[in-house]
Design a protein around this ligand. Structure first.
Ligand code: THU
Length: 162
């Protein structure tokens, strides 16, 4: 029996002014798309803005459905839109923000497991790390340099071939 430990790295940024203009702009886009979410059932809005290596920003927000499982999270709406419209173009950074109609969200959002797995696919597909910026409606920003820091032990394509 061997007990192992795995470390992940993240940075908490208290003041948005510590970010560069590109990151601040991307967070702003995430907030704007968050406001346009279709979330009449949860009243919880999430927005994701992706910066591609060609400079294009692709946005997505959560889209809910009366048949609950038929809806989709913001992160997957965004990465699938990027994959559909800009195949082969690397994703550099994903900014994700959230907002509730019922209570203040002062902590960075923690993306759901399915979205972590979906985002990790693009990191592996393009062999290039994707930076993540997470924020609630207010409060600190949490930054990771790779989706792997959000989802250690992700399921990977090699697992299908063994
Ligand atoms: N949601 C996201 O869009 N992203 C996440 O990572 C977690 C949850 C959405 C799904 C649903 O529309 C609402 O937030 C409440 O779960």
């Amino acid at each position: 029996m061997i007990k192992q430990e795995l470390r992940i790295a993240y940075t908490d940024i208290e003041n948005e002014n510590e970010l560069n203009a590109e990151d601040r702009g991307l967070l702003q886009k995430a907030r704007e798309t968050c406001d346009q979410a279709y979330a009449p059932y949860s009243n919880f809005h999430v927005g994701a803005a992706l910066l591609l290596e060609n400079g294009i920003i692709v946005c997505g927000n959560n889209q809910e459905n009366a048949a609950f499982p038929s809806g989709l999270c913001a992160e997957r709406v965004a990465v699938f839109a990027a994959g559909a419209n800009y195949p082969g173009v690397k994703i550099k950074t994903i900014a994700i923000t959230c907002k509730s109609e019922s209570f203040p969200v002062n902590e960075p959002l923690s993306p759901c497991g399915a979205c972590r797995q979906s985002m990790s696919e693009y990191e592996i597909r393009y062999k290039s790390n994707i930076r993540i910026l997470l924020q609630g409606e207010t409060g600190k920003i949490r930054m990771m340099n790779s989706i792997a820091d959000l989802l250690p032990f992700m399921f990977v394509a090699e697992d299908l071939k063994k």
